[in-house]
Design a protein around this ligand. Sequence first.
Ligand code: PLP
Length: 378
Amino acid sequence: MRKKTQLIHGGISGDDKTGAVSVPIYQVSTYAQDGVGKHRGYEYSRTGNPTRFALEELIKDLEGGYRGFAFGSGMAAITAVLMTFNQGDHIIFTDDVYGGTYRLVNNVITRFGLEASFIDTSDPANVEKAVQDNTKAIYVETPTNPLLKITDLTEVSKLAKQRDLKLIVDNTFSTPYWQNPIEFGADIVLHSATKYLGGHSDVVAGLVVVNSEQLADDVHFVLNSSGGILGPQDSWLLMRGIKTLGIRMEEIEDNTRQFVEFLEGLPEVTNIYYPGLDAHKGHDVHQKQARGNGGMISFDVGSGEKADQVLRNVNYFTLAESLGAVESLISVPAMMTHASIPSERRLELGITDGLVRVSIGLEDIEDLKEDFLQALRK
Ligand SMILES: *Cc1c(COP(=O)(O)O)cnc(C)c1O
């Protein structure tokens, strides 16, 4: 089954009993048992719910894994995965991971005795150097936010296998439509489904897919024990969003490519970060492991004042955090998502005051170009 068909027919489609073409919303907490200890697959909805299960089956199929899990947010999903490790274990993270992941690791998880290193995983040699005796996993994002840095999944998974480490990939930016890390040796793939998978800025959710029975047991044990599950209504809404992921990602790809070409023609704009550009660092690696470049672009408009001017004057780009929606979104990382990083460190990382990040949506590309240009030249 090809990806677009799988988005519609993957997982569990519809309802056998009635012929309903969409999976019913099982708004229920508990299930009648036929006898003590004799149930029909469901006992209590924290442990399992049929609507959530249909979503979990769908994401499992889309990522080509062994089993899927749905959580109340991307952060709940990441927390559950990290809670499968033990006190004293060490995990290597991509240095520019999502800000919320950085905060979770530094301010919550490490309080319970997990150790973490943050390194530039775009060079596999750095990963090798960071491995310690107690290292148990490597956690990467590729591409990253906001500079779209690329990590070679094949190289890093080779290293992980040699050292008996788990490779965890946050696949939020690429989505399973463009990139399937398990194919390249990842053990656990996770998503903030709040972004492209939901796609309409109307649901907060997280998904996890694992590649083995052992990991499935470990993650389900934490899910059931800690309880950060996704409810049936949101599970249904997410399945509804996922059905159109293919056409959305294709259209976003097309819009983004055209917007990048437009930016290249503007003298005010420098340093365009977009994995589809030949000159982008990691371009070749990205083309090997992904089928599309996504809808995220970062670029420099010269100064913080200029960036502020653009953001104040655009009409069709919504000034907001988040990404991956039908509406185009715009932000200035130095003033928003990365404001807590000292300015010297920000500059070292390449996050200048004039760096603008956009998430291209489904508007007519000519409107987006005209709108951006009038805001830039006001
Ligand atoms: C948004 C995001 C998260 C966190 O997900 P929530 O659904 O907001 O909890 C994690 N990773 C990446 C890459 C994200 O963009």
